[in-house]
Structures are given as C-alpha cells and as structure tokens.
Design a binder for this molecule. Structure first.
Ligand code: NCD
Ligand code: ZN
Length: 347
C-alpha cells in the first residue's frame, strides 16, 4: 500500500485541564508530545485566581517539560471578585497569560468560586474590552429549574447576549460548544469564536445513554443529539476561523467517574489528534484540519503562527493504543470511542 501522510503545523489545544500533583505529571506528557501549545484551565482545587498563582502554576508545568521539547503552556485566570482592573491590564501585556475564564457558580468541576451574577463583573469586562483581553466562557446556566440539555442555550439567551450587547468589542471564546443552535449563534457574532472538543464531534447523548450508561462519555456541557453533533462536525471541517480545537481533556480517576455521583470530564489528550484526523478523513476534509487544529485559534488569540511542523502517517492496520493511565488514586480512561486507530505521529 502506498504510504499516506499528513504534514501540518504542530497543533494547539485551546482548552485543557492538567490538574496538579501526580495527575499533572501523569497527563502532561500527552499534551506536550502532541501539541505545540495549550491553554491551561484554572479550575484547580484551589483555583488560579490571580497572576501570581498563574505564574507559579506555569513554573510547575514548565519544570516538567523535558529539554528539547518545544511546548508553550498558555495560562488562564479564574474570574472572581479578587481580580482587579490593574491585574487585568497586566494580563493584556503578559507573556503567557492569555485569557480570563468565567465559570458560572456550580457549573462544573471546582466551580464553587464561579460567578452568580455577571453584572458584578461589568467593571472588569470594560477593562478587558479596552485592553483586548479575551474572556473565555463556560457557557451554561446552573439554575436547577433549567433542564440540563438546555443549559447552554439558556445561557446564550439570558447571559451571553447581554454581555455582547453591553461590551460589543469584548473578544469572547465560547468554550466546548455543543449544539447546532450554538454554531449558528457563534457564526452571527463578530467578536465570538468557539472551541470544539473531540468528544462533542464524535459521540452523542444516545451513545452515552441508550445501551447502558457510559460514565466515560459524561462531561459538561452534556452531549447533545446526533443532529447537533453533525452541525459541530460541519463547523470544524469548514475551516471557518471562528472554530478551533479545545479538547477539554479533563482527567478524573475511575473511582470518581464510575460512582453513584460521578464527575463530569473526559480524558482525551492521548488520542485526540489521531481521532480528529480520522474524523476529517471520513469527511474528505483533511485539507482543512490544519486550520481547525493549528491556525484558527492562534489567529483569534492574535498570536504568531508556529513554524514547526509534524508528520502523521496512516498505517494499513489499526495500531496498539493506550487504553488508560494508572495513578496511585486509580486509573484514568483514555477517550477512544472507535477502538481502531490508524494514524500516528511519525518520529
Ligand atoms: C471539566 C473538569 O473536570 O475540569 N469537566 C468537564 O466535564 N468538561 C470542567 C469543564 O470544562 O467543564
Ligand atoms: Zn474544561
């Protein structure tokens, strides 16, 4: 068989959870080996709420990157009342802190410090708008009266449209979008871009729930319908600069996921790129994958494009791949809904 290659600029992951301590050490290699840079989320047990904490976390990550590996951790700050205007102005010129992350209180892992009323943050949005700092948003309402499948759409209707109305020049990344309606909404807003995860591109709520419950596919925001999944795929393979990869790889050990009250989060960084290549290949769209994985995010964040490239090669038989990683607190399952993986990085 003729060898099939894919040569692209090294990809970025615009949304990843690396955690800390032993989990950080166990999951970090999958990010620095596969990606040229990543945007690291701030929802640690003690959230990263200011520049000094972000700098410490950055140094902790940097220490664990072997010499010779080119990888840039870009950091985020968790939006709370502790943030000052002055701090945000500093972020606008910061070498590696690239966004402020807004979590609605109670929306997901470690979001107790999240916000209850976005109006409390108007003074900060104003500075962000003026200084060009990006607001990264977990777009879900957490009102228990709102159905879990409607949390994103109600957030857009009741919160996001108001923020956009009042701060029309604020640059926003709506994270891990999940539905056809959200794709349409993002397309209509000039200052809004969106990350899309591998899991929202590959699985739907039927796969999660219809033949027994699949806790490894449980994440926030929750998976939506097949119709929604297809709309996300169309957005990703379109090459449209508004959409780019954010894996939202979010490791939780098995004991916490497969429990009577299991955690939301899917650990996807190990196989993210081969899975994505296969998806784009199935849709005859490999020529667009570099936009989605490597270029669009950097362009939206106003960063120079990387120069270093990577080659992926397609094997004629499916290759042996990692199924989980082990930690002292238990194993963490690697997202791989297909089973069969044909593509791998050429060394
Ligand atoms: C993430 C986590 O576990 O940190 N979980 C998830 O289901 N995506 C948090 C988040 O991004 O919502
Ligand atoms: Zn996340």
């Amino acid at each position: 068989m003729e060898k099939i290659f894919l040569d692209i600029l090294r990809p970025d992951d615009w949304h990843v959870h690396l955690r800390e301590g032993e989990i950080l050490s166990s999951v970090l290699p999958f990010t620095y080996e596969n990606f040229r840079s990543a945007l690291i989320m701030p929802n640690l047990d003690a959230p990263i709420t200011n520049i000094s904490l972000a700098e410490n976390y950055y140094n902790e990550i940097r220490k664990q990157i072997p010499r010779g590996i080119e990888f840039t951790p870009n950091m985020t700050l968790y939006l709370t009342n502790d943030l000052s205007k002055n701090e945000i102005e500093k972020v606008s010129n910061h070498e590696y802190i690239k966004a402020i992350k807004m979590y609605p209180k109670g929306a997901t892992t470690n979001s107790d410090l999240g916000i209850s009323d976005f109006k409390d943050f108007h003074h900060l949005f104003e500075v962000m708008e003026e200084s060009g700092v990006i607001l990264s948003i977990h777009g879900e309402v957490t009102d228990e009266k709102v159905d879990v499948f409607e949390r994103e759409s109600v957030f857009i209707e009741e919160v996001l449209t108001k923020i956009i109305e009042q701060f029309p020049n604020l640059k926003i990344v709506l994270e891990h979008i999940t539905s056809a309606d959200t794709v349409k909404f993002v397309n209509e807003q000039s200052m809004v871009a969106a990350t899309i995860t591998i899991h929202h591109l590959m699985v739907n709520r039927n796969i999660m729930l219809s033949k027994g419950i699949r806790p490894d596919f449980y994440c926030a925001p929750i998976l939506k319908t097949e119709y929604d999944r297809r709309a996300l795929v169309q957005a990703a393979i379109s090459g449209n600069g508004k959409f780019f990869l954010g894996t939202d790889s979010a490791p939780h050990v098995a004991g916490k996921k497969i429990a009577s009250c299991g955690c939301a989060g899917i650990f996807s960084s190990p196989l993210a790129i081969p899975l994505l290549i296969q998806l784009f290949e199935e849709h005859s769209s490999l020529e667009k994958i570099e936009l989605f994985m490597s270029r669009n995010g950097r362009a939206f964040y106003g960063l120079r494009q990387h120069k270093d490239r990577v080659r992926y090669v397609k094997r004629s038989k499916s290759i042996e791949v990692i199924k989980d990683i082990k930690t002292s607190e238990g194993k963490i399952t690697v997202f791989n809904p297909n089973g069969e993986i044909y593509w791998e990085k050429e060394n």
